[in-house]
Design a protein around this ligand. Structure first.
Ligand code: PMP
Length: 400
């Protein structure tokens, strides 16, 4: 008898963790693999944030925290949302969780009835689809095109919405596309949502501060405050504050939604790690000079990678305006033959070829709902990125 629930059959292990594990195994066997798979800054957590965590331990702030999060953190989140985004929330409208992933899981868990639809623009962060399936919902994927900078258009959104649509998940800036929505885009999407009052909006803003010259972050709620009563803003500490391992993220939204998310979390994992929460207060309230410096480094890396990738015959990418990924079209490599005689038939073959021939680990586009593409994370040391691009170019030059 199979002990595993049937709906788990449709769930995939997270793509980044699978690709990283595969590369780690080759490294263990002695191969010199460059891993560009993880969505994780290579920088350390800023020192003042580290020290706040250490202080929390020494001061004994190590007991069970309140389920929605310690009040000083929720107050700091409210100040942040006001200062950065012009949004007004009370601490009762905020929940902290073990990363944005848990916050999204809570939101879907307390709202989806079997068969409810979650509209997810592709390319997407994979967990949106799998978490929807885990909660017996139905992912409705809307594809996009590189020529449109992978943006969700109002026309395609309108066409995807049905009476069963429960959520639209909008990730801005986007993983893996780097897409940044400008005010006109957001206003047009808001206009569509106004015509469908049953649809809630989950705005995943985790890359808010990872945005490059010429682009700016805007929350859709700046232009459509009326959508606030059915929007959950999700944000976190992993990317901006280089705190992936601290596991801390948050959601802000209508009080009934938040209360139910707190109820779910009270029966699943309880409050997020107390030490991380005190570090989170220091992160939000502290100096953000490090974020400006990190962003400048990311922008240089982005420019180097984009230039080098676009110089390779068979690969092409649009310049991402935010986040730290390059989503590369690899259609031009399909049909070519590797030195050992294998024809590259799909993006999976390209990923395998790059792993074994170039010794560079990347993730396939299908994990993000759009093929044939590959994703490179440029949250890695500049020298490594240069070497990876050199290896990819050399390997591609060996294709016939
Ligand atoms: N949203 C997006 C778009 C992401 O790319 C990620 C991390 N890859 C997350 C959420 C999850 O972040 P956290 O570490 O806060 O769970």
């Amino acid at each position: 008898m199979n002990v595993i629930a049937e709906h788990l059959g449709a769930i995939k292990q997270s793509a980044a963790s699978t690709a990283s594990a595969r590369a780690a195994e080759l490294i263990r066997q002695g191969r010199d693999i460059i891993r560009l798979t993880a969505g994780e800054p290579d920088f350390e957590t800023p020192e003042h944030v580290q020290l706040a965590g250490i202080r929390a331990i020494i001061e004994g702030k190590t007991k069970y925290p309140p389920i929605p999060g310690i009040l000083p953190l929720r107050e700091a989140i409210c100040r942040k949302l006001k200062k950065d985004n012009g949004l007004t929330y009370a601490p009762e409208q905020v929940i902290a969780g073990a990363g944005c992933k848990q916050v999204i899981y809570n939101a879907l868990g307390v709202t989806l009835n079997p068969g409810d639809e979650v509209v997810i623009p592709a390319p997407y962060f994979g967990c949106y689809v799998d978490q929807t399936l885990l909660n017996r919902g139905v992912p409705v994927v809307i594809e996009s095109r590189p020529a449109e900078r992978f943006k969700l258009t109002p026309e395609r959104l309108e066409a995807a919405l049905t009476p069963r649509s429960k959520w639209l998940i909008l990730n801005n800036p986007g993983n893996p596309s780097g897409t940044v929505y400008d005010p006109a885009d957001l206003e047009a999407l808001a206009e569509v949502l106004r015509r469908h009052p049953q649809v809630w909006l989950l705005s995943d803003d985790i890359y808010e501060h990872l945005i490059y010259e010429g682009a700016a972050f805007h929350s859709i709620l700046e232009f459509a405050p009326d959508l606030g009563e059915r929007t959950l803003v999700v944000n976190g500490f992993s990317k901006t504050y280089c705190m992936t391992g601290w596991r801390l993220g948050y959601g802000a939204g209508p009080i009934t939604l938040i209360k139910n998310m707190v109820k779910l979390q009270s029966q699943s994992t309880s409050g997020a790690c107390s030490i991380s929460q005190w570090a989170g207060v220091a992160a939000l309230d502290g100096d953000h000079g490090f974020a400006v410096r990190n962003r400048a480094v990311f922008q240089q890396r982005r420019d180097r990678v984009v230039e080098r990738i676009n110089a390779i015959d068979g690969l092409s990418c649009v310049t991402p305006q935010g986040a730290f990924y390059v989503f590369i079209a690899c259609e031009g490599l399909l049909g070519r033959r590797t030195p050992d005689g294998k024809v590259l038939e799909g993006e999976g073959d390209v990923v395998d070829f790059l792993l074994h021939e170039a010794e560079v680990a990347v993730i396939n586009g299908a994990s993000f709902g759009l093929s044939p593409f590959i994703r490179i994370s440029f949250a890695a040391k500049t020298e490594l990125l240069d070497e990876a691009c050199r290896r990819i170019a050399a390997a591609c030059a060996r294709l016939k």
